[in-house]
Design a protein around this ligand. Sequence first.
Ligand code: NAP
Length: 244
Amino acid sequence: MRVLILGGTAEARALAAALAPEPGIHVVSSLAGRVSNPRLPAGEVHEGGFGGPEGLAAWIHDNAIDSVIDATHPFAARMSASAAEVARRTGVPLLVLRRPGWTEGPGDSWHRVASLDAAAGLLPSLGRKVFLTTGRRSLPVFTAIDGLWFLARSVDPPEPPIPANVRILLARGPYTVEGERELIAEHRLDVLVTKDSGGAMTTAKLVAARELGLPVVMVDRPPLPDGVRLVSTVDAAVGWLGGR
Ligand code: NAP
């Protein structure tokens, strides 16, 4: 069985690690190729996009792929839409592996919004010194807002020029609560902006925000494509493949 894992997440790497040693399964993981030094999964790796749904369908055909598991990040909506369209058109079995989102608990002060633009619109009413963790490509959505200062954390540097009201922090999770607390205190940050990525690697900022009383602007996930089969754990994805 030849399995394509659409990757770029810790879950995708865990799934590749679980499947690669299995006799009779050949795993190819694909990465978008945007991060300069990506953590590579076990097994074969394909780097770079496929060229939209047509390109993906052709690639799946040419590489004799039997099953596709979309284990991309919950905000990688174009890749997920592309995979769902190919599955609909060609009948290749598709499973979506998506970690659950985060849930607000006692002591949290979250403001859920539907988009990055909505997050930017809400920010001036919540704080002045912003801990921005929505990724380097989202920077322009926020930095034009008057009167705000940003500590923007990303894995790779954003495209220059970097506006004067932005300090870039290059880092890659997992993060610790103590480290997040120190960052918030050092820069006197008073509001946190994050996507609802879910997962354990980046929850420390939410715990630190709760402890320090910071409001959190939580950007909701884009909807999944219609009709896709969804699981939330690596074990369930392995089970689905086993059933096939
Ligand atoms: P996106 O907007 O859905 O994808 C844009 C294009 O990049 C896709 O149409 C596809 O190109 C290519 N692509 C995306 N994921 C790919 C993959 N796993 N393998 C091969 N090509 C891929 O995605 P994005 O938000 O830019 O995210 C890019 C990658 O980073 C994803 O793999 C995702 O898992 C990972 N990631 C994203 C975030 C986030 O916040 N968005 C956070 C952490 C990790 P073609 O149309 O040419 O096939």
